[in-house]
Design a protein around this ligand. Structure first.
Ligand code: ADP
Ligand code: ASP
Ligand code: MG
Length: 406
């Protein structure tokens, strides 16, 4: 059996007309000799009646801080409705489609409601259905604990379902269908002349996704990478070939495709707060440790960390700023908070050991008079913290500077 997993995002299942395009993609896969497994997200985006954001809104009108477990139960409904409707549409087109929940499809998770981790993906039931010539239509984003509790896999988690099924079914390919023609050099909502990337490495797309490019869930990429299953991000609305995510590298490392580019894409994260904690010599020698321990104990994750004698600097998501500030002040620390910041990153597997990358980066921002509040770099990325009001200008100028607009 040649198995293909085809995942359709919210906009790809939003109306009867668009669902006919899905039918066409599934039919095409069958004509090419594949046994397709379909994964769907909840229908539509914010504002649509059964979209995940709408369901969250309904629960939160009852209580803003409704418990994570209860929120998962309502979020579960979005994918259930979508999968039933999609299975019906495929049945109407003459296919023997069978709707499965995440649990039915063998996705077993831990009990971290709202952001559960997949512990096991048991392919038995899907394989049986495929052998009978049926088309499984699986609810994305869903899992089940070993004692039968419904869980969800984190926002955007239908991609993760698709990859996990691809890995456990040993699929030839996982297709992620969405509303753009592939992964682009920047978010097209910010950069008009962003380009579709023909191919990109697992590592690069993971970095782009972690640094804000919401086109694919980073966990989906990690799962596919572990089993070396190719992922293709493409549009439901066109026949464009999309972006192939696989093992490519700048140098030829044993048959991998050779791609020669310094920067692959520019991305950004907003809603960030920078915190400076002042330390003085009267404080205990483990004062720095205690700052990070206080934050960790409060479940707050930190980024862009600089530890200097006399000062610690880091960033956190703005949603946690009030809590972090209260906890640190309670411990007696003097802190300074800078609100409304954004992190802008240039990612590229080819920037390793290339001289002048940081110089170009700084030049692009200073030419546009954009203040640099903090920087951090790795072998394959450079990130800066800038005022949030400058995020668009920063992304555009870096996109231009690194030759991604040509
Ligand atoms: P789906 O519901 O199909 O999963 P998403 O909204 O999760 O769709 O992802 C697709 C969206 O990601 C696109 O509409 C686009 O605006 C956005 N996006 C952000 N960064 C990028 C990028 N670098 N390349 C392509 N799309 C991007
Ligand atoms: N419907 C879920 C969300 O909006 C999962 C997904 O779309 O991938 O986050
Ligand atoms: Mg998505």
């Amino acid at each position: 059996m040649r198995i293909i997993v085809q995942k359709f995002g919210g906009t790809s299942v939003a109306s009867p007309e668009v669902r006919e395009l899905v039918v066409h993609k599934v039919k095409q896969a069958r004509e090419q000799g594949f046994s397709p497994v379909v994964v769907v997200s909840a229908m539509g985006r914010k504002g649509a009646p059964y979209a995940t954001d709408t369901l969250i809104g309904i629960a939160r009108t009852a209580y803003r801080d409704i418990a994570a477990r209860e929120l998962d139960q309502i979020m579960y409904c979005g994918e259930m409705i979508s999968a039933v409707v999609m299975a019906g549409t495929l049945q109407a087109a003459g296919m023997d489609a069978v709707m499965l929940t995440g649990g039915n499809a063998g996705i077993i998770t831990d009990a971290s409601f709202n952001n559960a981790r997949i512990l096991k993906s048991d392919p038995t039931r899907i394989i049986t259905l495929l052998r009978q010539g049926k088309v499984p239509v699986v609810c994305g984003f869903q899992g089940m604990t070993s004692d039968g509790e419904f869980t969800t896999l984190g926002r955007g988690g239908s991609d993760t379902t698709a990859s996990a099924l691809g890995a456990s079914l040993d699929a030839e390919l996982v297709e992620i269908y969405t509303d753009v023609d592939g992964i682009m050099t920047a978010d097209p909502r910010i950069v008009d002349n962003a380009k579709i990337l023909e191919c990109i490495s697992y590592a690069e797309v993971c970095q782009l996704a972690h640094q804000g490019a919401k086109v694919i869930h980073p966990r989906a990429v990690e799962i596919a990478m572990q089993k070396n299953i190719p992922l293709v991000v493409k549009s439901t609305f066109s026949d464009a070939p999309g972006t192939l995510i696989t093992n490519i590298a700048k140098e030829d490392n044993g048959g991998a495709t050779v791609i020669d580019r310094v920067a692959t894409g520019v991305t950004y994260l907003t809603n960030i707060v920078q915190i400076k904690v002042h330390l003085d010599e009267t404080m205990a020698s483990d004062a720095s440790f205690k700052v990070f321990k206080t934050l960790a104990d409060s479940g707050i994750s930190v980024d862009l960390i600089n530890v200097h004698p006399g000062q610690i600097m880091f960033t956190i998501n703005a949603d946690h700023a009030e809590k972090a500030s209260a906890k640190l002040k309670h411990q007696g620390y003097e802190i300074e908070i800078l609100e409304n910041c954004a992190k802008v990153s240039v990612v590229g597997g080819g920037m390793r050991e290339v001289p002048g990358v940081m110089a170009s980066f700084i030049e692009a921002l200073s030419r546009n008079k954009i203040a640099i509040l903090q920087t951090v770099d790795s072998h394959t990325s450079i990130s800066v913290l800038v005022p949030q009001s400058d995020v668009g200008a920063a992304v555009k100028s870096l996109h231009e500077k690194f030759g991604l607009s040509n």
